[in-house]
Design a protein around this ligand. Structure first.
Ligand code: AVI
Length: 318
């Protein structure tokens, strides 16, 4: 059920996890797309990652948003519609909504429908006058988001350095689509920065093993949804930093030779065989501004912390 005051936009969302995992595990090397991390369990695990002491990204970005909220709100302008890509827990947007002058509405887009409905209900209770238009959709695919009546312009919001989970060519294509969608407005985007590899390694190899559970949730999800029989203890989480490509690479590595049943098929794993599950690219401020400019944005303001761990960019789309 949709909460009162919330308009749910119609979407053509195709649940393709089954196809992705069966195709990806029949390839060499094996792979599963990282967007499938985020079912309800995976989204909750990602929330737990964001609170980890080693995962500096969330607290650094939140501190930057709080510190510069006034400046950011002035750049976005009055009566804007905020469109958030991969909205997650809807915590960061509250900082924006509190700072903006008469925000017109908020369109959170997320692939995890149950999770989105839940968090939007809570947001609606705190912002009763705001028009909320949640969209359950895969924002990595071409997507039409109709203009919101009464909005002076659109401010895209893409925090959390999710852009880093795309290969540079795919990141560029996505930024181009966002640029077109935000025509006349702009995009506020969080980007994780290149830094000491030891800090990066720790952030993706936390002592409590939450990132390992997040990675293995792909297999647990296949067990829940696709009648698979993955033994989670027979796979290791492996997440090294590749300094040449400037990215964290995440893998699930088979600890033994094994056969797994998946949607009525048998998938064979050799000992030590890896399934690639995610890349998390890191940028310098300059290299990111360059990509944004090549995607058609006008890179304007950029904010970073004293230790240069993380950056937030305001890119104009006009
Ligand atoms: C969502 N994304 C930006 C996270 C990242 O840091 O690349 C996903 C993540 N994977 C492992 N830990 C967090």
């Amino acid at each position: 059920m949709t909460a009162p005051g919330i308009k749910t936009a119609p979407t053509a969302f195709d649940d393709s996890f089954a196809r992705c995992i069966t195709d990806g595990l029949s390839r060499t090397p094996k792979e599963i797309a990282c967007k499938y991390f985020y079912d309800a369990e995976g989204s909750a695990l990602f929330d737990a990652i964001c609170a980890l002491p080693e995962y500096y990204q969330t607290r650094t970005e939140v501190a930057l948003l709080r510190r510069h909220a006034g400046e950011i709100a002035a750049l976005i302008g009055a009566e804007a519609e905020i469109v958030e890509f991969g909205a997650g827990a809807l915590r960061k947007v509250r900082i924006l909504l509190d700072a903006l002058e008469r925000p017109c509405g908020y369109t959170p887009i997320d692939i995890s429908g149950a999770y989105l409905r839940d968090v939007v209900r809570r947001l609606a209770a705190d912002y009763p006058k705001l028009t909320l238009r949640p969209m359950v959709a895969d924002f990595t695919m071409p997507l039409h988001v109709p203009a919101m009546a009464g909005a002076a312009r659109r401010g895209g919001f893409f925090p959390g350095s999710t852009i880093g989970n795309f290969r540079p060519d795919a990141a560029m294509a996505l930024l181009r689509r966002m640029r077109d969608m935000l025509d006349g407005g702009g995009l506020l985007i969080g980007v994780d920065l290149v830094k000491d590899p030891a800090l990066l390694h720790a952030a993706y190899n936390d002592a409590a093993g939450v990132t390992a559970a997040f990675n293995k949730n792909l297999l647990a999800r296949a067990n829940r949804e696709l009648d698979a029989d993955f033994d989670l203890d027979a796979f290791a989480n492996y997440a090294p930093y590749n300094p040449t490509a400037q990215r964290i690479e995440m893998y699930l590595v088979s600890l033994k030779r094994q056969s797994v049943q998946l949607s009525g098929r048998t998938v064979e794993f050799a000992t030590g065989e890896a399934v690639h599950t995610e890349d998390s690219h890191k940028y310098s401020i300059e290299s990111f501004r360059e990509i944004a400019a090549r995607a058609g944005f006008l890179p304007r303001a950029v904010w970073t912390d004293e230790s240069r761990l993380f950056s937030i960019h305001w890119l104009e789309s006009r």
